[in-house]
Design a binder for this molecule. Sequence first.
Ligand SMILES: [Zn+2]
Length: 138
Amino acid sequence: MKSLILSLFSIGVLVAAEPAKPATAPRPGRALEAPGVRADFVILQDRKATVTFVDEAGNPAARGDRTVAVKVDGKDVALEAQPNGFVTKEPLPAKEPAPIVVQIRAKADAKPANFRITLNTAICAECKRPEYGCICGH
Ligand SMILES: [Zn+2]
């Protein structure tokens, strides 16, 4: 009996020694969140921008009926539908910083959720994320 208690105790110590994992891993890019909207805005290596819908756990979710419109510097950007969101047909303009507006609708005639992002792909010295997805709040 004593040895059983001891081994249970050592299992407990092993479990406690496991580093605590965050509930959800940090998502890439800029998180777009509003009531009924959960998506990630990411600028890829080739400067094409993606909007990927994610579920509560941060995993890609089906696009469904949702629509997205993106404006850079006041100009509409052409988008291509993907299973989990949209990708721009062309790389984003080179000019930085530039204002980006991402508009997401649950379906074509729904009220949009608007997100304002600054096109700035420089890496933040503090959080090491691109500035458009900076999480330091400066
Ligand atoms: Zn930062």
